[in-house]
Design a protein around this ligand. Structure first.
Ligand code: ZN
Length: 409
């Protein structure tokens, strides 16, 4: 065997050892996390690894502070075994939600529990100025984070190349081909994972909302914009060009209103919060003595709270606006039901707060336009995590990638 070939052999054997070690580390850590407090012997039994390997790896986790011993379990004849579990506060993740109005973030522990939060107004900033707001927010949260920082998870609107964290296109922030993942990694020296906000939110609903064991889920985020996230077989689906779920810019109205993407009649122009508020303002201007007209008096710009109040007061004009928006969304949902036959669909985002009349319109239209067999088996509900879904989902993505841990409540 030549010198070069021997070198390659040695290298690949080394690489294999390293891979095996990383694999075993992940396996043991995940077992401590999912099953802890648990004895070393039980970890060996569950993983199929030798007791020596398990003891060595657990020893390393304990000395790193990632796991700790928490007393003794029941004896099965001999000496009572020492139990070990992951210390959820040994590492923290910063999760960010780069929303339309404000950038918000949280320090999250390994159980997905929020320890600190912070929020900075974006105030119409975009481009480099918006990037500076991201930096300030991370600095603020990192300064308050207890324990070691494992990394940063970011949920942002737009098309995101999740493999390297490059934002290919975020129309409202005027970001194009922005390498946000690399910029944050270099600036803060920790691993960073960037994903589309709707996809991050879908993962949070899947992990934290007690999905009843369903392997598949669609979460549709309806706010200023509209986007969906698909969890297929327990994994986020990104699509071939990282655009899976970008339903907001599918044209649904021929010769419709101009959209901020530059085209006309997109779903966002008829079903987003902006669309609902534009209709409400039109109705208010047309009838100053109506419920909405009185709410809009004295120059007050109508918001979703006003619309909610109109629904609560039984105002018919408000109800018609909300139902029309819900029906447009229902049409889009019917398309997803036909394409994917996923039976658990959750609606999240600010518009979901409009509640029953909107939800009923979405459900009714989705069923009406679906094959009976498929529509009948599909459950469409309002999501269970109200405000922190993007932050929690982005944090979870980082934990899955760095530690192989999927936090579940
Ligand atoms: Zn559009």
């Amino acid at each position: 065997m030549g010198k070069v070939a021997r070198g390659v052999m040695a290298l690949s054997t080394k690489a294999t050892h390293r891979q095996t070690r990383i694999h075993n580390q992940g396996l043991v850590l995940r077992t401590l996390y999912d099953r802890g407090p648990v004895s070393r012997a039980e970890v060996a039994r569950l993983t199929g690894l030798t007791r020596t390997t398990v003891s060595q790896l657990v020893g390393e986790f304990v000395s790193d502070g990632l796991a700790r011993e928490v007393g003794r379990g029941p004896s099965t004849g001999g000496k009572a075994p020492i139990l070990v579990q992951v210390d959820a506060d040994a590492r923290h993740v910063i999760g960010l939600d780069l929303g339309e109005r404000a950038f918000s973030g949280a320090v999250v522990n390994l159980h997905g529990e929020i320890r600190r939060t912070a929020s900075l107004p974006v105030g119409g900033r975009n481009g480099e100025a918006a990037l500076q707001v991201v930096y300030r927010l991370v600095e603020q949260l990192a300064g308050e984070a207890p324990g070691l920082l494992l990394g940063i998870g970011v949920g942002t609107p737009g098309i995101v190349d999740a493999s390297d964290g490059t934002i290919r296109w975020a129309v409202n922030l005027d970001w194009q081909d922005l390498p946000l993942g690399r910029l944050l990694r270099e600036r803060f020296g920790v691993p960073t994972y960037v994903a589309n906000d709707s996809r991050a939110a879908a993962l949070a609903e899947y992990l934290f909302a007690g999905g009843g064991g369903a392997a598949n889920l669609i979460a549709i985020k309806v706010g200023h914009g509209i986007g969906a996230g698909f969890v297929l077989g327990g994994e986020l689906f990104h699509g071939d060009g990282f655009g899976a779920g970008e339903i907001g810019h599918t044209a649904v109205v021929d010769d419709g209103e101009p959209c901020r993407c530059g085209r006309f009649g997109c779903l966002e122009t008829v079903a987003s919060s902006r669309a609902i508020l534009a209709r409400a303002s039109d109705a208010a201007a047309a009838a100053p003595d109506s419920f909405l007209g009185r709410r809009a008096a004295a120059g007050h710009a109508l918001d979703l709270d006003d619309v909610r109040a109109g629904l609560d007061a039984g105002d018919e004009a408000t109800r018609r606006i909300v139902v029309a928006a819900g029906r447009f969304l229902g049409t889009a949902v019917a398309g997803l039901i036909g394409a994917l036959n996923i039976e658990k669909i959750v609606l999240i985002g600010s518009v979901a707060a409009l509640g029953q009349p909107w939800l009923e319109a979405v459900r009714d239209e989705a069923r009406r336009r679906s094959l009976g067999m498929l529509g009948g088996g599909t459950r469409i509900d309002i999501g269970q995590i109200s405000t922190d879904e993007v932050v929690l989902g982005a944090s979870a993505l980082l934990m899955v990638r760095e530690l192989g841990l999927a936090p579940v409540r």
